[in-house]
Ligand binder design. Structure first.
Ligand SMILES: [Fe+2]
Length: 453
């Protein structure tokens, strides 16, 4: 069941890169790659006849007329055109993969919530059957908002393929290793890394090392991009060169196969007689990408106080309102704390944005206990949150030497829209009923007399 791969049947480009075999460096570059010599037309996109008898086809990731700095499309040269990878559709049910709006009238989303890791089951689960939606926000039909998911994968997809017409997926592994065999090449993914799988891109997910669990941010809106650095300048945070896009790889394989499509929140299946991963060469700037989070260079305060967490943004998906993201992907990783006369952990606050956090490994500084690797928390729109008593007392009384927060990596999917818990998140997932109590024993210190307490 866990056959790791039949990638040996994929013929992969030998394009060398200085940094990673099998990948090309850069974010949003205009790439070109071919798995067979001469498969990529030179100087034109649509020659009268393509070499090797390939079909030319464009995959548009933005409207044709999007501004040139945002315009994304890729030209594919493939064994069969995509119309041959699609037949009549049957609706199928994947009951645990939900889309916004998905509001259970019996569930209260107004609250501060935290979950232990969702456990694996005895059942063999693939990327599709193992997806568990925790929250949804916005509306998939109007292409605003997002969903957050946990994936639990214990089996490879075999002769089965998938694409989402609704969304791009930001994948954040927490345990196990996965291989994404996509139309445009192969991405291997493990904890500390993330991947972006674009809207409309066909792929199959194989289990390389299991069980595999992780988090997914399903972005219905505009694509993720790198945040502007403003006065920080041209370097630090996530650097473009550290993103990796796969070189071309293809399969020429006949086998009864299924293609599942997520479209307007519903799942549909079509049957074909061959692998649709048949792109021999491609060029363009609409492509999957991965990134190693240990390359993220955090910026912070070096004398006193504490910047807003937006200083740790890795990727942002704009909403159309300047500075107000549909989604920010924010990383809390190892870093030095050096601030003088400062309460160093995240402060107490209420936020117009909704914050969903996940722990990849280690201990998070605002919550020494209870927020464990694989676990999640939700602090919804305009709900107060902050350090628990232990974190507050510890940080208020600490000897403020330079200190390294080590072995810690958590993240936040922050959206401008309120996040609604799914029925699964409220009733089946391991919700910590006592999370709200973590602030219970915070004392009133004020007694009307001046001075610190
Ligand atoms: Fe917060």
């Amino acid at each position: 069941m866990n056959r790791p791969t039949d990638a040996h049947s994929m013929i992969q480009a030998a394009t060398p890169t200085a940094t990673n075999p099998g990948y090309m460096p850069g974010f949003g570059n205009d790439f070109e790659t071919e798995a067979l010599p001469g498969a990529l037309p030179e100087g034109k996109n649509s020659p009268q006849k393509c070499n090797y008898g390939l079909y030319g086809e464009q995959l548009s990731g933005t409207a044709f007329t999007a501004p040139s700095h945002q315009n994304e499309r890729t030209w594919c040269y493939r064994i069969r055109p995509s119309v041959k990878h699609s037949a009549r559709y049957d609706k199928i049910d994947l009951p645990y993969w939900r889309s916004a709006p998905d509001i259970d009238p019996d569930v209260i989303s107004l609250g501060q919530y935290r979950w232990d890791p969702v456990p694996h089951s005895e059942q063999a689960l693939t990327w599709l059957t193992g997806m568990r939606t925790m929250t949804t926000a916005g509306d998939v039909n109007t292409q605003v908002g997002m969903a957050s998911h946990i994936y639990l994968v214990t089996a490879s997809m075999q002769d089965a393929y998938f694409y989402s017409a609704d969304s791009e997926l930001l994948v954040v592994p927490q345990e196990g290793r996965l291989r994404f065999c996509t139309e445009l090449g192969i991405i291997d993914l493990e904890p500390r890394e993330i991947a972006i799988i674009p809207r409309g891109l066909l792929y199959r997910v194989e289990l390389l090392e299991g069980p595999a669990r992780g988090f997914v941010c399903e972005n219905y809106g505009q694509k993720f991009e790198l945040p502007g650095r403003g006065p920080i300048g041209a370097n630090c945070m996530a650097n473009r060169r550290d993103f990796k896009t796969p070189v071309a790889a293809f399969e020429d394989r006949d086998a009864p196969s299924t293609v599942t499509i997520k479209w307007c929140g519903q799942f549909h299946e079509t049957r074909i007689g061959h692998s649709p991963l048949d792109v021999v060469a491609w060029h363009g700037n609409y492509a999957p990408v991965k990134y190693d989070l240990s390359n993220y260079c955090p910026i912070g305060a070096i004398l006193f106080d504490h910047p807003d967490p937006s200083i740790f943004t890795v990727l942002t998906a704009p909403s159309g309102v300047p500075g107000t993201a549909n989604i920010d992907f924010v990383l809390f990783r190892e870093r030095w704390m050096t601030m003088e006369d400062t309460f160093r952990p995240p402060w107490y606050h209420k936020n117009i944005m909704s914050e969903l956090m996940g722990n990849i490994y280690g201990q998070y500084d605002a919550k020494p206990q209870g927020f464990v690797p694989g676990g999640m928390s939700l602090h919804n729109m305009m709900l107060p949150h902050g350090p628990d008593k232990n974190a507050f007392e510890g940080a208020s009384n600490a000897d403020l030497k330079p200190e390294k927060l080590d072995n810690t990596m958590s993240f936040m999917f922050e959206t401008r829209f309120p996040q609604h818990l799914t029925t699964f998140a409220a009733t089946e997932a391991p919700l910590q009923d006592d999370y709200i109590d973590c602030w219970d024993d915070i004392e009133k210190k004020f007694d009307g007399t001046p001075g610190t307490k």
